[in-house]
Unconditional design. Sequence first.
Length: 344
Amino acid sequence: MRMCYVMAVVLLACIISCNNGAQQKQGPFQFLDRLSDYHFFEGDLKSLQPRKGVTSYELATPLFTDYSVKDRFIVLPADSVLTYAGDGLPQFPDATFIIKNFAYTDTLHRKIMIETRLLYKDPYDHGWKVMNYLWNKEQTDAERWLLGKRIPITLLDDNGQAHTTLYQMPNTNDCKRCHINNSTLTPIGPKWRNLNFTRTGHSQNQLQAWAGMGLIKGLPKELAALPVWNDSVHYTVSERARAYLDVNCAHCHIKGGDAFNTGLFLDYETTAQVQGILKSPVSAGGGAGGLDYDVVPGDAGNSILHYRMNSVEPGTAMPELARTLVHKEGVALIAAWINEMPKR
């Protein structure tokens, strides 16, 4: 067994390092056909048990995707580290993989795998590439999948309530819409501040643990932390709502993002001034529901931001991608944030 484990680790290292070294000479990286081909995990693939060199992580405030269960991992090439060079994303070394797996809890309380998304930083041009993998019905492997798919599922939400929907697995171009800023593909979730917290069931801050493992270089002693959107004990409604918007909306509603032309910027810093207050929409059209302003202080019911988040209708629903259900808890938080603003 020990020999098998060592051979698997060596094989993973070859895929990540040797193969990618050749890519620099031969051309851009080519994604493999099946998730199992990468040897990221040991044992039963659907258990997602990471091999040595594959590091799991969580986000303080994650993106909502139809109450899906997400598992996240980072795979750094041998002898490489994440480098701190200012707020925002870490500096990822070439040949880094970021893995994000999507599953749901069915009515029998089983975890059912849906898709796995890979981001890869290609040494060939130092740019990020994206690929989706669709899990088979047997739950034994996931196949490279370019075209996207609508998958009928019945899931349980965080309160155990059942929902039937058509889960939208994006095609690779859909992924690029959210992940592109200033025409450059980039990761979204693993910003320093969204990694800077203590995971449930852990006793040490996630970044401090990584620093102790030698995975980070240059981590400052003082580092901003994004509020946890559903932690009402330690954070105010405003802090939690702004964190929620930062993760769920700001990848598009930010300078350089897909919704830059709207003038409504929803990153954590900008919403401290609530830029959308009494601002008329630019391109919402019928999606605005006949309402006049993005945010009406003290009146969530007449605010376009709340209206669009509370819809699943195409052309109205925001975010446009990544969900087919209304996130009831998230919408309630945004409503509370708007309603507590002083009326004008």
